[in-house]
Design a protein around this ligand. Structure first.
Ligand code: DX5
Ligand code: ZN
Length: 217
């Protein structure tokens, strides 16, 4: 599978959200990554439904919603209604992950599970077949613009190995500190979806930065 690019609007200019989303529409971005933080599961609060609805209104590409919230089951339907195409929940926030994943699929969304940097890939052994996507966090969730954590490569290789044969079409997404210096290495380790916040939106030319992530060398 050719890898996908999912720029995170957490790093966009919220005062010009429509403009920034229209820029993504014109770029080689495949998905639009939407980071939801509740101030409980993670120490930061980002934004909620009204912003997701604005993103949906202007986006010509699927919204890839990453829920960094406690007990996400309470809000799955609301995020679907707000425009999510895929919903990713955190392994660490879901005591009944199988039920949560089924609920996401029942809504007609792609179901993803995110792992914090310290959470072993092996914990997905008994659910991997049911997932559309696994998101490997390469920073501690909560903030954009953090430094990439190196053990991500090992986790990607392990996940790739676990999924091949059992779920060959799995989206393997990596999120946090992704830029042109590590993108090729991440793809070679098994990632097929790259999330990028600051490396896209802080670039002088975000469309060119997305292009470089899409065609790394
Ligand atoms: C971090 C978020 C990321 C963040 C990535 O908690 O999940 O999606 O926006 O931002 P960068 O690419 O700047 O590390
Ligand atoms: Zn994210």
């Amino acid at each position: 599978m050719n890898h996908l690019i999912s720029p995170s609007i957490l790093a966009s200019d919220f005062g010009n959200l429509q403009r920034d989303i229209e820029m993504l529409n014109q770029s080689e971005a495949d998905w639009i990554h939407v980071d939801i933080m509740d101030g409980m599961f993670v120490p930061n609060i980002s934004f909620g439904f009204p912003i997701v609805e604005v993103a949906k209104k202007h986006a010509a590409k699927p919204l890839d919603v990453h829920l960094m919230i406690q007990d996400p089951d309470r809000y799955l339907e609301r995020f679907k209604e707000a425009g999510a195409s895929g919903i990713t929940v955190h392994f660490e926030a879901c005591p009944h992950l199988n039920r949560t994943v089924n609920a996401i699929k029942y809504l007609g969304c792609k179901a993803g599970v995110a792992l914090n940097p310290h959470t072993p890939v092996g914990f997905l052994e008994d659910i991997i077949e049911y997932l559309d996507l696994v998101l490997i966090m390469s920073v501690n969730p909560g903030f954009g613009g953090q430094k990439f954590i190196g053990n991500t490569y090992k986790k990607l290789r392990e996940l790739k190995k676990m999924s091949s044969g059992r779920n060959a079409k799995l989206y393997i997404e990596v999120d946090g500190g992704v830029d042109e210096s590590n993108s090729l290495k991440l793809i070679n380790a098994g990632a097929n979806v790259l999330v990028a916040g600051n490396s896209v939106f802080s670039a002088k030319n975000p469309v060119a930065a997305i292009k470089t992530l899409k065609h790394p060398h």
